[in-house]
Design a protein around this ligand. Structure first.
Ligand SMILES: [Zn+2]
Length: 211
């Protein structure tokens, strides 16, 4: 097998385990993909992240949507992944998870308050989508529309879609959002949460590359 494909399969298997350990999904929920040229390698449907091995991963042709590698059925959200790659030439990975703190806070407040500096620095724009039935073309189209202008889309009562220049990039951004949401929930238990102020956000943005 092509050395590049082999390397990506190893990286995806490792990342699937990390995602499972990070409690970003429960059971067979969520899915991860990476693009290599015109092929999208994606997790199979019905498998939990911790159980996925590299031989379970599925290759799909980005143009036709047909399976070109592997023996299992691709993720039930593979349309969503393909739709994202089709509108963004600059991304190499799509990660869809069900992070519990993010879903709880985002669905309740309609936003994820910036509780730590990493939030405004690494997540410049978090788009929100109203509830849309999972696994439908409607959801895939709605996410792709948002992904044109942001790397991070919140799905009300459902989860997150995060795209990145690499698998690690998409994973790290998902973790930053979940961490801010988690801190917000903990803060709510002990008092009134204090998010970063506009001045604090401005100051930290001046220090960050591109800020
Ligand atoms: Zn989902």
């Amino acid at each position: 097998m092509d050395a590049m494909v082999e390397r990506l399969l190893d990286e995806m298997e490792e990342m699937c385990r990390r995602i499972a350990r990070s409690s970003l999904v429960i059971g067979p929920g969520g899915n991860l993909s990476v693009r290599l040229g015109n092929m999208v390698i994606i997790t199979p449907t019905g498998y939990s992240f911790e159980s996925i091995r590299k031989e379970d991963l599925v290759g799909i042709d980005l143009t036709t949507g047909e399976r070109v590698m592997g023996r299992l059925k691709p993720s039930s959200e593979s349309h969503l992944h393909l739709a994202c790659y089709r509108v963004r030439d600059d991304i190499a990975s799509v990660l869809h998870t069900h992070p519990p703190y993010t879903v709880a806070v985002g669905t309740t407040l309609g936003r994820i308050p910036p509780m730590v500096a990493e939030m405004p620095v690494h997540i410049p724009k978090l788009e929100f989508l109203d509830y849309t039935t999972p696994m439908t073309k409607r959801l895939a189209d709605a996410v792709a529309q948002k992904i044109r202008t942001t790397d991070t889309v919140f799905l009300k009562k459902h989860g997150m879609v995060v795209v990145g220049k690499s698998i690690a990039d998409a994973y790290d951004k998902t973790l930053v959002i979940e961490e801010s949401a988690r801190i917000y929930v903990y803060a709510s238990m002990v008092g009134r949460p204090q998010e970063l102020t506009e001045d604090e956000i401005r100051d930290v943005m001046l220090l960050s590359p591109g800020g």
